[in-house]
Design a protein around this ligand. Structure first.
Ligand SMILES: NC(=O)c1ccc[n+]([C@@H]2O[C@H](COP(=O)([O-])OP(=O)(O)OC[C@H]3O[C@@H](n4cnc5c(N)ncnc54)[C@H](O)[C@@H]3O)[C@@H](O)[C@H]2O)c1
Length: 390
């Protein structure tokens, strides 16, 4: 069986993939620089919420799944998969040099027989730049593929096994080899050229971000006029098939949607007006929610506000780019005392304490633990889980 090394293997995308590959008997090494998560995984602890991960980890750890910070392991591999982060800078441009730095760090340990798979979400054209880099180094065309990840965080294991896998490569040989690996874990392979595959991933995330933005824009438009958005939303969507996928309002946050929309915008010379507008709408929702609370309770100065849900999505423990923190900042700017509470995070208020102590409540994220609460204090709930009484 092939020996596969995943660089960034202890991350939210690397670990689920490593587990699924190991479950299919590949010999997998997770290589990472984060000693803390390496130790956790080596002690059979999954560092974040990921359905089904613990069970597989218990089966495969130190049999055909190994976790290390020792980069020398790269020399012994058949396949190297890169899945490190791909952020944007403060001007919303992709930080391509971060991807390049990781590649350059490991390049001296690699050889031209190895299949290299890029799996981070990358700026269009990056695969070609990386191909040139390897070409110069190996003095031959590298076996290089770009195979984007499209999983929903926390459901990665389930989705890797159920979603079609897009495969693109710089040569037929690399494409066939990459498809051979993914066909062992995914139900279907879809072939694209590298730049098409790069765009497909960015466009999917951007489309999702825009879906949230239109719901959020309508929500703010309607609620600002003192009307009930969800009364209209329910009427619009009830038994109306074309509106089946119409999103509800809610904080559109997390490490991917915003930055991938900005990457696509940079790709189109910042002329991507829909994407830019979606960013303004989604990033403006936290401020709107605070102003809604102000309308209900008057000045927030010295008021205690329970902020329920600090993670970026429901039923998950990931706080990366969570907009609840933007709500918190805005409340603090209004001199309110914030009581952050989240059942998935240590060192936040207990739900019952926050509710007992507060003067008002904002729902940041609709964790399942909140769905059946009865709130007896003024509140703002853009998700409509508490069915606003007017
Ligand atoms: N999180 C998601 O649901 C999701 C879904 C699809 C695609 N993506 C994309 O996947 C990529 C990774 O995202 P993530 O959420 O897994 O990020 P993450 O931060 O959870 O994981 C990245 C991992 O890479 C490690 N790392 C960083 N530099 C390294 C180096 N030089 N050598 C070895 N390891 C290194 C980090 O320690 C970390 O464990 C990004 O491009 C992201 O856009 C994420």
């Amino acid at each position: 069986m092939k020996r596969i090394c995943i660089i960034g293997g202890c991350g939210h995308v690397g670990l689920p993939l490593g587990l699924v590959l190991a479950e299919k008997n590949f010999v997998v090494t997770l290589l990472d620089i984060n000693k803390y998560t390496i130790d956790l995984i080596n002690n059979k602890i999954v560092p974040f919420q990921e359905d089904g991960a613990v069970e597989i980890l218990n089966q495969v750890l130190n049999k055909n799944l190994f976790v290390t910070a020792d980069k020398e392991v790269i020399k012994e591999q058949d396949v190297i998969i890169f899945i490190t982060g791909t952020p944007v800078d403060e001007h919303h441009n992709p930080k391509i040099h971060e991807v390049m730095n990781v590649i350059e760090k490991y390049m001296p340990l690699m050889n031209k027989e190895q299949l290299i798979i890029l799996r981070s979400t990358i700026y269009p054209g990056t695969t070609e730049i990386i191909e040139q880099k390897f070409h110069r180094y190996f003095n031959a065309t590298p076996k290089l593929a770009f195979c984007p990840e499209r999983i929903l965080q926390g459901k990665g294991i389930e989705e890797i096994k159920s979603l079609p896998q897009i495969v693109s490569a710089v040569s037929d040989e690399a494409g066939k080899e990459a498809a051979g690996i993914f066909s062992k874990i995914a139900p279907k392979i879809i072939h694209l050229e590298p730049v098409e595959a790069e765009l497909s991933k960015l466009m999917l995330n951007t489309w999702r971000y825009l879906e949230f933005a239109i719901a959020n824009q309508f929500y703010m438009m309607v609620e600002d006029k003192g009307l009930d958005f969800y009364k209209i939303y329910n009427a619009m969507t009830e038994d109306y098939p074309r509106a089946k996928s119409f999103c509800r309002a809610g904080l559109a946050a997390g490490p991917c949607l915003f930055k991938d929309t900005m990457q696509l915008s940079a790709f189109y010379r910042n002329q991507f007006f829909l994407g830019q507008s979606a960013m303004l709408v989604n990033e403006g929702l936290p401020n709107f929610l605070v102003s809604q609370l102000e309308k209900k309770v008057g000045s927030l100065k010295n008021k205690k506000v329970a902020l329920l849900g600090m993670t970026f999505k429901a039923n998950n423990d990931d706080i990366r780019e969570s907009l609840s923190f933007k709500i918190k900042k805005e409340l603090e700017f209004k001199l309110a005392e914030v009581l952050p509470s989240d059942p998935y995070l240590k060192e936040t208020y207990k739900l019952e304490d926050a509710l007992a102590e507060c003067d008002a409540v904002i729902l940041g994220v609709p964790h399942k633990e909140y769905l059946n609460l009865k709130i007896y204090k003024p509140y703002v709930d853009c998700w409509n889980v508490w069915k606003n009484e007017r």
